[in-house]
Design a protein around this ligand. Structure first.
Ligand code: SF4
Ligand code: SF4
Ligand code: FES
Length: 244
């Protein structure tokens, strides 16, 4: 980035564009003047306000809690509202914005998250108030899963989700483990059976890309490993019970 006389930075946003009725996808470039504390989402809003009203992107909270502004920024899954432009601009000040992968494309940076939420429902993921005090270690572990903001970054980063559209995916599997760990109101056998299927936790190849990009420290890959251990344990006990 180059700093101009105004104290602002001159950068170029390169943005993926796609409109269903307008044929092929393309990239558009937008020169922008950006303050040192402005985020990628601020930049996109400036483009929308002053250069191109047809640019489509999602956002709501502007502080990493609604999960709607997920996209790939310079090739990495991030929440646009918490990424300062100066952290990602490189090679002469270009910020590349692309939609999340493994979701159906709707328009520009907007993807269809319908299937993602339906899978979370299948995992029986519900927010349950902690009515009784829990041991601190358990509470911390559970709070981590509650912190999922359902942004879909983990799914976009997951190579298995990219090749198997039926894969339950890291967020759903993390939610499944959470429901097993705090089972009030959950049908745990059904949740585990859902995870223990052809497109469930056994498809994961444990490279932890999902955990790398998660903005809420949920660590879905670790939850998947815990799910596997639990399922193996149950299978082994069942086998030894049957043998006895
Ligand atoms: S660890 Fe598993 S779920 Fe996470 S990104 Fe890798 S394959 Fe996907
Ligand atoms: S597990 Fe993390 S990356 Fe995945 S949806 Fe939840 S908050 Fe987003
Ligand atoms: S706008 Fe809500 S998470 Fe970014």
């Amino acid at each position: 980035m180059t700093q101009g006389r105004s104290g602002k930075w001159q950068v170029t946003f390169r943005v993926f564009r796609y409109k269903r009725d307008a044929g092929l996808a393309r990239y558009d470039t937008f020169p922008l003047e950006i303050g040192p504390d402005e985020t990628v989402l601020d930049g996109l809003e400036k483009i929308w306000a002053f250069q191109d009203r047809s640019l489509a992107f999602r956002h709501a909270c502007h502080h990493a809690s609604c999960g709607t502004c997920g996209m790939r920024i310079n090739g990495v899954e991030k929440l646009a509202c918490i990424v300062p432009v100066h952290e990602v601009a490189r090679d002469g000040g270009t910020v590349l914005c692309e939609p999340l992968r493994s979701f159906p494309l709707v328009s520009d940076l907007v993807v269809d998250v319908g299937q993602f939420f339906r899978r979370l429902e299948e995992a029986n993921f519900e927010i349950i108030r902690i009515a009784e005090p829990l041991p601190q270690a358990q509470e911390e572990a559970l709070t981590r899963f509650e912190n999922c903001i359902e942004c879909g970054l983990c799914v976009s980063a997951c190579p298995v989700a990219a090749s198997d559209e039926l894969y339950l995916g890291p967020a759903t599997l993390a939610a499944s483990w959470r429901m097993k760990e705090e089972p009030r109101s959950a049908n745990v056998p059904r949740v585990l059976a859902n995870a223990d299927q052809e497109h469930g936790c056994w498809r994961c190849h444990a490279a932890f890309e999902c955990s790398e990009v998660c903005p809420s420290n949920v660590d879905p890959a670790a939850a998947i490993m815990a799910l596997r251990r639990e399922l193996l344990k149950r299978k082994l006990f069942r086998r030894s019970d049957n043998a006895g």
